[in-house]
Design a protein around this ligand. Structure first.
Ligand SMILES: Nc1ncnc2c1ncn2[C@@H]1O[C@H](COP(=O)(O)OP(=O)(O)O)[C@@H](O)[C@H]1O
Ligand SMILES: [Mg+2]
Length: 506
């Protein structure tokens, strides 16, 4: 009977059970591994051999065959070292099969048998719990991350020797003591609203965007403060619930992007990829698909500075995830889906030199260059942006004044109240904010009285609003009414929403 130890692979964002079967075969001293890619096997084999030599047991004087099943699941990385080593010790009779039956074992080994940090522990722990395993053995460093999953015992392992002692009953490992999640204060590294001078109407548009989860485009000359304003957004968005935080942490966990000593990401992500980013880097991809920036920005902000400079093909790729809030990447082996429910915040200069329309500095671009620059953004993409706002340069007096604005935490309180109203209203829907509403919901929740109707009709003609923009205006009016705590949309709300529409009606 081969020995059988249980471990875990990560497919997309989901943990998948992997069985590590170990048996002896004819010959002496060789280790054959099936079910892993070539280079990984070679390295793993050497680490496992060295680690076992470093504990006081005899390395079996026979050849070993290890099978990682199921064969069709991609097993990547070094996280199978520890289960393979335990499998060899179980096949040798040092560890009893019964001791490893209800355990998931994950971890990379160093040559001296120490267990090292392994990415992706959070989805693995979720799998262990869902499949009914009692405990999961994880690298000691990763125990806090795994412990986010309730109803599962976490055994923090320092070394192969320590785990062996535990499994033969010589010295037990104390399970990791879970502590309740402490809510962290807002990030200091991002901008607080009160540091931004002037720009009151832009700040208001950010508040509306945050309140209803609306995408936003800022247009203004260099130095006007667009980047500064964008960076202030996560601070006024509602705090993430524990479920949301775990949802975001999973993505960073598999990408091995969790900051050290931060098992749970509690702050909304802010991602600002450069415009030279590849298409796979932005939306995800690769032979074995990995999430891209749009997934790293899940539940947070994706800031695209110099928006028209992003390749047109790259920008067009955003349309589907903006609509579906997930991205599906298809490969010959099957397709994988990653979450990508982000708020798009884009910034652009009005023209290539940046000063078109600036009262102080002359623009050096020709009319055709300006038109061509602005045309780089396609109508269908702009259609998915609810708010367009001009960011003029701040006057010197305002910049140099000591007057402090409202701090982010105060704005966030209003935003949270407005979001709560939306959540109640959309309780029966999979969507939870106005920005996400589908046409049927817009019809149901954004009804207008006669006065509003005639205002909208007039504006639609004057601004040349398209049918699609009409829906944007309704959704925005709903959010503005929610911020005001009003059940019905009034002309003032509608009027403000119309201000956020571009003149040509895109
Ligand atoms: N409204 C403002 N309040 C305070 N500082 C500002 C403001 N606008 C711009 N600044 C300052 O000017 C710098 C440039 O702003 P930035 O956000 O990079 O402009 P943009 O992205 O529009 O080119 C910022 O680092 C900030 O220090
Ligand atoms: Mg900038």
């Amino acid at each position: 009977m081969p020995a059988r130890v249980y471990s875990c692979a990560v497919l997309g964002l989901e943990g998948v059970l992997v069985e590590v079967e170990v048996d002896f075969t004819s010959g002496f001293g060789l280790i054959f591994v099936v079910g892993l890619p070539d280079t990984a096997v070679k390295e793993s084999r050497e680490r496992v051999r060295a680690a076992i030599k470093n504990i006081p047991v005899k390395f079996p004087r026979r050849s070993i065959v290890i099978n990682l099943a199921p064969a069709n699941v991609r097993k990547e990385g070094p996280s199978y070292d520890l289960p393979m080593a335990v499998g060899i010790l179980t096949a040798s009779g040092i560890i009893a099969q019964g001791a490893v039956d209800d355990l998931i074992i994950v971890g990379e080994l160093s040559l001296d048998g120490t267990v090292r940090h392994t990415p992706g522990l959070l989805p693995m722990a979720v799998m262990a719990r869902d499949e009914g395993y009692k405990s999961i053995c994880v690298p000691v460093e990763d125990a806090p991350e795994a412990s986010l999953v309730p109803d599962l015992q976490i055994l923090p392992v320092r070394s192969l020797a320590e785990l062996t002692e535990h499994l033969i009953g010589a010295e037990t490992i104390t399970p990791y003591k879970k502590s309740p999640v402490q809510q962290l204060p807002p990030l200091e590294t991002l901008t607080d609203f009160q540091e931004i001078k002037g720009q009151e109407h832009v700040k208001r548009s950010l508040e509306v965007a945050a309140a209803g989860n609306h995408n936003l485009l800022m247009n203004g000359p260099p130095g006007a403060g667009k980047t500064l304003l964008a960076r202030s957004l996560p601070g006024i968005m509602p705090m993430m619930s524990l479920d949301e935080a775990i949802d975001v942490t999973r993505i960073y966990s598999i990408m091995d992007k969790l900051p050290k000593n931060t098992p749970l990401l509690q702050h909304r992500p802010f991602r600002s990829p450069h415009h030279t980013i590849s298409h796979a880097g932005l939306v995800g991809g690769g032979t074995w698909p990995q999430p891209g920036e749009i997934s790293l920005a899940h539940r947070g902000v994706l800031f695209l500075d110099e928006f028209p400079e992003f390749g047109r093909r790259v920008l067009e790729m955003l349309r589907q995830p903006l609509e579906d809030k997930v991205i599906t990447i298809s490969r010959a082996q099957g397709s994988l889906t990653f979450p990508s429910n982000f708020m798009l915040v884009a910034a652009m200069n009005p023209c290539p030199c940046g000063y078109y329309g600036d009262p102080l500095k002359a623009c050096s671009c020709s009319t055709t260059t300006i038109t061509r620059y602005q045309k780089r953004l396609s109508g269908p993409l702009l259609d998915r942006i609810d708010i367009q706002v001009d960011v003029p340069r701040v006057e010197f007096e305002k910049l140099s004044s000591d007057r402090q604005g409202e701090p982010s935490c105060q704005v966030r309180e209003r935003v949270e109240k407005a979001r709560n109203r939306q959540q109640e209203r959309l309780a029966d829907s999979p969507r939870s904010s106005n920005g996400e509403m589908i046409p049927r919901e817009i019809r149901e929740f954004c009804s207008l009285d006669n006065k509003c109707h005639s205002l909208l009709r007039g504006a639609a003609q004057q601004l040349g609003l398209s049918a699609r923009s009409y829906h944007k205006v309704l959704k925005l009016s709903r959010t503005i009414a929610d911020l005001a705590g009003e059940e019905t949309i009034k002309t003032t709300h509608l009027g403000e929403a119309l201000q956020y529409q571009p003149r040509d009606g895109n």
